[in-house]
Design a protein around this ligand. Structure first.
Ligand code: HEM
Length: 276
């Protein structure tokens, strides 16, 4: 996935040793693996209908379009590869940044720890987290949101102007390609005073103004994985914070912002188990 992603943002030169060449090879490998899994799943699904299987691959294999036509294996593999790519660096960058900020800000860690233990304390020992538990993780979600604001895993996105408009004295004609950036949006002091400060309370109450905070984009092409991503982040925070404290081994570790923010040395930490 890392090779594919680097090829995505590379010069379009396909020669041995280039990022694009590595990406093409990696994409072929993933496609081969996906096709083998899909073929096996088709066999396993014989005699099943949509109601019996809930995972994405089975749903795609059992679904039919309005003409009763099923998706071919190549289409299913392409959709799955798209999801893997869209969720790869976005998720690992955000989760790594959550670990980084919780290590750097002990007060924030303590508040997340308190909230997660309050949830744990009223559950029978060993019970799994429920949807209701996730809804209670309000402070933890403010922390994850502040991570997404200050260290958004991406640059921004392209849009096309569907009508002529004027912005800050500039006329933008219909059909122009427009690039919106996370950094300028999320660090606008009008909506986020002292924008470089890590301040989860910005997300309490009504939270930021509409479209001031857009880590998942907006409009009809908004990230369809956003709710899933929220659950993954919160379940991760619950498990790691209730079990461990940690400290960074490289205090001033540099960050690389390509294609998503990540610590240059991989954020090595020492984990200290919390007493049960
Ligand atoms: C922290 C996690 C994530 C962030 C910050 C994120 C962010 C984004 C953003 C900014 C876009 C472009 C939206 C736009 O143009 O308005 C996008 C698109 C997309 N994301 Fe995510 N994403 C995350 C996780 C995921 C996950 C886990 C999945 C799938 C399981 C996913 C699937 C997709 C897909 C398929 C698109 C393309 C949607 C389209 O073009 O219609 N994302 N994401």
């Amino acid at each position: 996935m890392k090779d594919i992603e680097e090829g995505f943002f590379s010069m379009p030169i396909n020669l041995p040793g280039t990022a694009l060449n590595r990406a093409i090879k990696a994409a072929k490998l993933i496609s081969k693996e996906l096709m083998a899994t899909i073929r096996q799943r088709r066999i396993d699904l014989q005699g099943h209908d949509l109601s019996s299987r809930k995972d994405f691959m089975s749903t795609m294999l059992l679904a039919k379009d309005e003409n009763g036509q099923a998706f071919c294996d190549e289409d299913v593999a392409s959709h799955l590869a798209g999801l893997l790519l869209a969720s790869f660096s976005t998720m690992h960058s955000t989760i790594t940044s959550i670990m980084k900020y919780l290590a750097e800000l002990p007060d924030v860690y303590d508040s997340v720890f308190r909230e997660q233990n309050e949830i744990l304390d009223v559950k029978p020992k060993g019970d799994h987290l429920t949807w209701e538990d996730i809804q209670k993780m309000k402070y933890s979600w403010s922390v994850a949101s502040e991570v997404l604001r200050i260290s958004t895993p991406g640059f921004g996105g392209f849009r096309e102007a569907i009508t002529d408009f004027t912005y800050e004295g500039f006329t933008v004609p219909k059909g122009s390609k427009i690039f919106w950036t996370f950094d300028a949006t999320h660090k606008n002091p009008k909506y986020f005073p002292d924008p470089e400060k890590f301040e989860p309370s910005r997300f309490q109450g009504n939270g930021p103004a509409p479209y001031a905070f857009v880590p998942f984009g907006g409009g009809p092409r908004m990230c369809p994985g956003n709710e899933y991503a929220r659950v993954v982040m919160l379940v991760f925070m619950h498990n790691v914070v209730t079990k461990f404290r940690w400290e960074k081994l490289i205090p001033g570790e540099n960050m690389i912002y390509y294609p998503a923010p990540r610590p240059a040395r991989g954020l090595p930490v020492t984990l200290h188990p919390n007493k049960p």
